[in-house]
Ligand binder design. Sequence first.
Ligand SMILES: [Mg+2]
Length: 394
Amino acid sequence: MTKKNVVVSDTKAGMEITVPVSDSSLFPTAVQKPPSSGGYMTISRKKRLQNLDINGGGTERINTWVDSMRASSPTHYKSNSSVAQDHLNSWMVRHPSALDMFDQITKASKGKPIVMFLDYDGTLSPIVNDPDRAVMSDAMRETVRKLARYFPTAIVTGRCRDKVYNFVRLPELYYAGSHGMDIMGPSKGSQYEKTVNESVLCQPACAFLPMIDEVYNVLLEKTRSTPGAMVENNKFCLSVHFRCVEEKKWSELAQKVRSVLKDYPELKLAQGRKVLEIRPTIKWDKGKALEFLVESLGYTNFDDVFPVYIGDDRTDEDAFKVLRERGQGLGILVSKIPKETNASYSLQEPSEVMKFLQKLVEWKQVPLRRQFRMKRQIEGIKIIPTPSDQICLS
Ligand SMILES: [Mg+2]
């Protein structure tokens, strides 16, 4: 039995416990097991070839990635053509604006507690050329802070958890970094931390850390000669950013990345918005992280809760898919252009995400304000000792 490195931290006891878990659910095949401690696992040549085929696919596969990256860029979408406009219109019918459909969305929750899941880049912050400068506006931070007062809120990102925490700086949130492979609960100040295991920490890819660090250094060296290429170490996964690389160099850079991965069949490649992601081949993604967090909040039955997930990238599709397949909650894709998605609704950009979150806060505040006013009125009823013993509101 392979021991999966799920670490459950118990801050009350001041300790962390490593829970051995059967490999059956996380590691579907021998080739996808993490390396054992102290060295990397060996795999048969046949299995290595199978995995290379998954990660590989030759020049055709590289071209597909590059074409897909170009197509998913709003600057390449010719929205002025009538065909493109028709395409956008029909897409919007299938994925209407979450702002326009706000009443339907809140009605769909049917009084169940709403739990919010928010991607970071392109959702709470605009996409920028330098990933280290993807700061969140003060207005967005204030909106998310208010949101978390009324709804359990998690940031789910491909970034390193510590890095995204430094951008968001709200200790009352849940953070799931490295595509959900690094999950931590609110550190303080959350009303939810008393009702759930606030110190919950899930790191199913711990055994891959030495390999990720090694590949990070190899990729730094390999991509050094490509102007604009950036390699980001997200702790349990890596990102190779293409957004500052000339488009004519994209194929060459993708080829370099793939050539490095040939020596690491335990890692897989995925494509995002002008980025290639390198991740361990374990069955864990943003969808699994969503399920883990919902359960951690005490909702063992998805029927009792209404998760709302907002994200802009391919990796968010894993979470959208979970919600669609379960028929619970809903996904909202942030995109200005039509994309194949499992999300139900859409928002165009982070400014619209902020408006949607503000509406959610207002929607929650209205009945609470009404209750507060009624309570004040009831408390304010005093018997005024008048000759007629009138009952008056003070
Ligand atoms: Mg994103």
